[in-house]
Design a protein around this ligand. Structure first.
Ligand SMILES: N[C@@H](CCC[C@H](N)C(=O)O)C(=O)O
Length: 293
């Protein structure tokens, strides 16, 4: 049994929280069981997901992006499953790089499974938020529905690198306790499962949402989900920057805070929000049965 110590940090973005594992040279094998143990809120460190920080050149899924982005965000959901992208996670990842002296305030590029993402870390004098260029939303055609208990709502299928079903509801409480994943139909629209957002209006270009995340359950925020909600709300409101030539911006409130999200005429979506590191420490590798390569 190894007695090596593994360093970790804990951080969050609008209370979507993460265990961060710096593993610059890709030496730590994080099994799904190890991720689930790290994220366990009673027997572990507790988080919605894990951000493993690996040099792109040291990770087989990111090597092709190494010329553009030095660092790869290896994101895992709290149940140990792998996801393509995490919008709050990429802001927290950038904050880790800044804190570790691996990046400065300003512009940087981070590799993710959904491709590279351009990030801007604002100076503290400018509020200190982090802005991420989230790419373009894909809106697959076809009607989808979301069901919770006996309630069924129409939903918009939005892909932000990862899948989302966005439903507008009368009251966020209508979605119930969300201990279980809402049912989504047709299943063929989401072959790899989906995140589900419930949305209400709070004012002009201002919405509030709850989310049930694939692989993590209900969380206090989801950055890709908030971007999907922004696009679904804009299209519902008859706003499409690609058609009008005018950018649109929405405020998206989540249980854990606020995100500001804009869409440009070229379809690019930009999300701005907080990113906070709250703690750091070490644990023994043997606790996770982790293999050090
Ligand atoms: N919380 C994240 C999304 C994490 C991945 C998601 N659960 C999935 O499986 O697609 C965010 O902030 O975007």
């Amino acid at each position: 049994m190894s007695t090596a110590q593994i360093a970790f940090l804990k951080g969050h973005g609008t209370e979507n929280d993460f265990v961060i594992i710096p593993d610059h040279e890709g030496r730590i094998e994080l099994s799904p069981a190890a991720v689930a143990r790290l994220c366990d809120r009673r027997a572990g460190l507790g988080a919605d997901g894990v951000l493993r920080v690996v040099r792109s050149a040291a990770h087989p899924e990111a090597r092709a992006m190494a010329g553009e982005a030095e660092w790869f965000m290896d994101y895992r959901n709290s149940d140990g499953t792998v996801a393509e992208m995490c919008g709050n996670g990429v802001r927290v990842f950038a904050r880790y790089l800044q804190r570790a002296g691996l990046a400065e305030a300003g512009d940087l590029v981070i590799a993710t499974r959904a491709g590279v993402r351009r990030v801007h870390i604002a100076k503290e004098s400018a509020g200190g938020g982090v802005t991420v260029s989230m790419g373009r939303a894909q809106l697959p055609a076809g009607d989808v529905t979301v069901t919770v208990g006996s309630r069924v709502w129409p939903a918009r299928n939005v892909n932000m690198g990862n899948p989302h079903a966005v439903s507008f509801v009368d009251d966020l409480a209508d979605a119930g306790h969300l201990y279980e994943a809402p049912a989504v139909a047709p299943a063929a629209a989401y072959p790899d499962g989906t995140n589900v957002e419930f949305v209400v209006d709070r004012g002009p270009r201002h919405v509030e949402m709850r989310v049930h995340e694939r692989g993590s359950g209900e969380t206090r925020s989801c950055g890709t989900g908030a971007c999907a909600v922004m696009v679904a709300a804009a299209r519902r409101d008859g706003l499409d920057p690609a058609v009008t030539g005018l950018p649109v911006t929405y405020t998206v409130d989540v249980p854990g805070g606020r995100l500001v999200i804009g869409e440009s005429p070229d379809g690019t979506i930009e999300m701005t929000g907080p990113a906070v590191i709250v703690a750091e420490g070490v644990f023994d590798a043997s606790w996770l049965d982790t293999v050090l390569l």
